[in-house]
Design a binder for this molecule. Structure first.
Ligand SMILES: *Cc1c(COP(=O)(O)O)cnc(C)c1O
Length: 400
């Protein structure tokens, strides 16, 4: 028996069985052709079954699939870390690989904490955002702020000690720093776009102010770009606009082929672990970190991203989305939000989204709403006509 994610197994609607997938199309066992509006949790940016990524993986597979990073290294992981170091802004050069976004967030938080203990500082508090989502492991849940995912702590639970949550509001940010600044190890944010917390979008000015305050109070700034990285906000990385000290990438890192993630530190953080004291070493090591198939897929994914000018594709997706959504409204809709390759319709009452999955399915679209949010995060290779089909389907739900 498969235990499915975020699902009450007693009442689970049977999942759609996929037989094959090509480009932005999912083909079901029983002959349906669906345009994917979710990119398999925002990761499949090049679409499915991409010949070049397939070939890169096959080539690596002919040599070996995996060797551990404890005491060994290999060409694919070296080339990927070199590429990331060269490609990412400033001195975000030091790559710690892991197998999922949640683990990479754990790594970032642990790095920030130990960076401080290594220098003899007793800082003990983490600053995070309201409605944050950073993954489903325990520390990631603690810095997260979404009661619907995180029953384990309840609402405003005492158990979340050591984490302070603030809204994306500059006066609140300033207040938090004046109150807790001396005690903060780090400030972790999903920059510009908060994904699983409800596709909430906010202004870069907030991040600029956060950078200033982090400098002033000597606090590490962590960008969790697991969702926003690789173009989703219309920027290559939000880190291109405001520079964090630690950057977390996942989801689209391998083009959605193989679960992999990376926590990238800047030089100062890296140097905080260099020491003659063995206890200053970073004690972490996921079994599948630096997996050779994942690294090969990631290298090819980045090559495609650059070579095929994905930022202009994403810009086109945003323009089409704005055009199609302009003038669209409904009294049941609270807000329509658009940023880069993300569009979200927030409704007042999530119940009115019940049945949308079926409705979309019948119109040849795969969609998955959550809570009060109907959204699309499409593969960047989508055609205009396919994108319009998705957006028309979303709008049609309100015109039944
Ligand atoms: C999805 C997500 C994660 C968790 O990644 P997994 O690979 O599912 O563990 C962490 N942070 C953000 C912002 C995400 O969107």
């Amino acid at each position: 028996m498969i235990w499915y994610p975020y699902a009450q197994m007693k009442t689970l609607e049977p999942p759609i069985k996929i037989a094959r997938a090509q480009g932005v199309h999912l083909y079901t066992d029983d002959g349906h052709d669906l345009i994917d509006s979710v990119s398999s949790w925002w990761s499949v940016i090049h679409g499915y079954n991409h010949p070049e990524i397939n070939a890169a993986i096959t080539e690596q597979l002919g040599r070996f699939a995996h060797v551990m990073m404890g005491g060994m290294t290999h060409d694919a992981v070296q080339r990927l870390s070199d590429k990331l170091a060269e490609w990412l802004p400033a001195d975000l050069d030091y790559c710690f690989f892991s197998d999922s976004g949640s683990v990479a967030v754990e790594v970032a938080l642990k790095m920030a904490l130990q960076f401080n203990t290594n220098r003899g500082s007793a800082r003990d508090t983490i600053l995070a955002l309201e409605h944050a989502y950073h993954g489903d492991t325990f520390k990631a849940m603690e810095v997260g702020d979404d009661e619907d995912y995180h029953f384990a702590f309840g609402k405003n639970s005492e158990k979340k000690h050591g984490v302070v949550h603030i809204p994306t509001d500059i006066p609140e940010l300033e207040k938090a720093f004046s109150e807790y600044g001396e005690r903060l190890t780090c400030f972790i944010v999903e920059p510009l776009l908060q994904g699983a917390g409800g596709m909430r979008m906010y202004d870069v000015g907030f991040l600029e102010r956060a950078r200033q305050l982090c400098d002033e109070y000597d606090v590490l700034l962590i960008f969790d770009e697991v969702a926003t990285g690789f173009g989703r906000t219309g920027n290559r990385f939000v880190a291109d606009l405001v520079l964090p000290d630690i950057l977390v990438l996942g989801k689209a890192l391998t083009g959605g082929y193989i679960g992999h993630a990376v926590t990238v530190a800047n030089r100062r953080v890296w140097e905080g672990f260099l020491s003659d004291d063995p206890t200053h070493a970073f004690m972490h090591g996921p079994t599948f970190m630096g997996n050779a198939l994942a690294c090969s897929a990631a290298l090819k994914s980045i090559e495609l991203f650059e070579r095929e000018d994905y930022l202009s594709k994403i810009h086109t997706i945003e323009n089409i989305t704005r055009r199609e959504m302009s003038g669209f409204s409904d009294p049941r809709i609270k807000e329509v939000r658009i940023m880069g390759g993300c569009v979200c319709i927030e409704v007042y009452d999530g119940k009115m989204l019940d049945g949308f999955r079926r409705f979309a399915f019948e119109r040849g679209v795969f969609s998955r709403t959550f809570l009060k949010y109907m959204y699309a995060m499409v593969p960047y290779v989508i055609s205009e006509q396919e994108l319009v089909t998705i957006l028309d389907t979303m709008k049609a739900w309100f015109r039944r």
